[in-house]
Write a protein that binds this ligand. Structure first.
Ligand code: KG4
Ligand code: ZN
Length: 331
């Protein structure tokens, strides 16, 4: 069964074809970053319009690259939520219409389930059960994963998501959007130990996070300096170290408390190099194994949706043929 995956929840149009035995056959991504950069964040209406323009050409391209036609498809998966309602509706309308004309099943996938399963597209995939650390622009969650659909939230952010904290802090430092890669780049020129940043909520039990205080801390620290490039680089390095340490401490706590040995890290922030290095290091020292998606699949993409949808369809998941978006949807 060839499954077409469609991702349009935010500012990337992602399309892919996945087959249970043949694996990932083709994938393509169109990033709208340039469209939104001048506004310093995603403009929902512009996002929807860009998805409308790009989605069908991308589907044609991916099918061509996979050597398939529409008629070869056995199912279609699209991101049903969470995300921007207009952007989601573009994917939902195209996916449902195509599935209806081809008379094949269609499934609406949870965006974070897509992220969570992305490392399973890699050759050295983790076995169930595992702990997943989901770190994106909209979510920060620790999840105990028993199998496909078996998710127990152990902890989550009470305010800003980790990626959101990167984006907002980048804005304060006068950097561009998206802020995560910009902060990581500037941090390479800085020293993480010049300023002392807190590791929020690590000194008390529990697995929840809170990142909004780090923004205030960034502002007050910045105000104590002249605001030179070096000052900002040192602040970026201290901020990044604080977020990474906090995520590491809580992930390790989740592993210890559940007795699980495998940690999966996914979502846009999982592309962060310092985080990958530090988590790898911790895992090696403490007898755990950590799994990341390839860099191209850390952020939003169609491959993770094709994969998650395929697993759902194989498990016999059936849903009504309605064009449905769910902007708010707990995992
Ligand atoms: O998963 P994603 O592409 O979209 C959502 O589902 O939200 O995540 C986007 C987030 C943004 O906040 C972005 O700043 C962050 O991931 N991000 C990073 C890095 N690359 C992307 N954060 C830290 N370091 C990075 N290298
Ligand atoms: Zn995402």
């Amino acid at each position: 069964m060839f499954v077409l995956g469609i991702e349009t929840s935010c500012d990337e149009t992602g399309v892919a074809v996945y087959h249970p035995e043949q694996g990932l056959l083709a994938h393509a991504l169109y990033s709208q970053v340039k469209t939104h950069a001048e506004y310093g964040g995603v403009v929902p209406e512009l996002a929807s319009r860009d998805h409308v323009k790009k989605l069908i050409p991308l589907i044609r391209r991916v099918l061509g690259e996979a050597g398939l036609t529409q008629r070869d498809l056995g199912g279609i998966a699209y991101t049903r939520g969470p995300g921007l309602v207009g952007a989601l509706l573009v994917g939902a309308a195209v996916a449902r219409s195509l599935a209806w004309t081809l008379n094949i099943p269609c499934v609406g996938v949870h965006h974070m389930e897509g992220h969570l399963l992305a490392p399973l597209l890699e050759p050295d995939a983790p076995e169930f059960p595992f702990i997943a650390l989901l770190v994106s622009g909209g979510h920060t969650q620790l999840v105990e994963v028993e199998g496909i659909g078996g998710y127990r939230i152990l902890g989550e952010s009470l305010d800003d998501a980790a990626g959101e904290a990167f984006d907002k802090t980048a804005k304060m430092l006068g950097l561009g959007y998206p802020g995560g890669p910009e902060i990581a780049k500037l941090a390479d020129e800085g020293r993480a130990d010049r300023f002392d940043f807190p590791r929020p909520m690590t000194d008390r039990p529990g697995l929840d996070f809170s990142f909004s205080g780090l923004k205030t801390h960034t502002l007050t620290t910045l105000a104590t300096t002249e605001g030179t490039r070096q000052d900002k680089a040192d602040i970026a390095a201290a901020f990044q170290a604080a977020v990474v340490d906090t995520l590491l401490i809580k992930s390790r706590r989740a592993l210890r408390e559940t007795g699980l040995k495998r940690l999966v890290v996914a979502g846009g922030v999982s592309a962060n190099r310092l985080m990958r290095e530090k988590l790898d290091d911790m895992a090696r020292k403490e007898g755990y194994r950590v799994y990341f998606p390839r860099l191209a699949f850390c952020g939003d993409n169609g491959a993770m949706i094709a994969y998650a949808g395929c697993q759902r369809l194989l498990a016999g998941h059936v849903e009504p043929a309605e064009i449905r978006a769910q902007p708010r949807w707990p995992l």
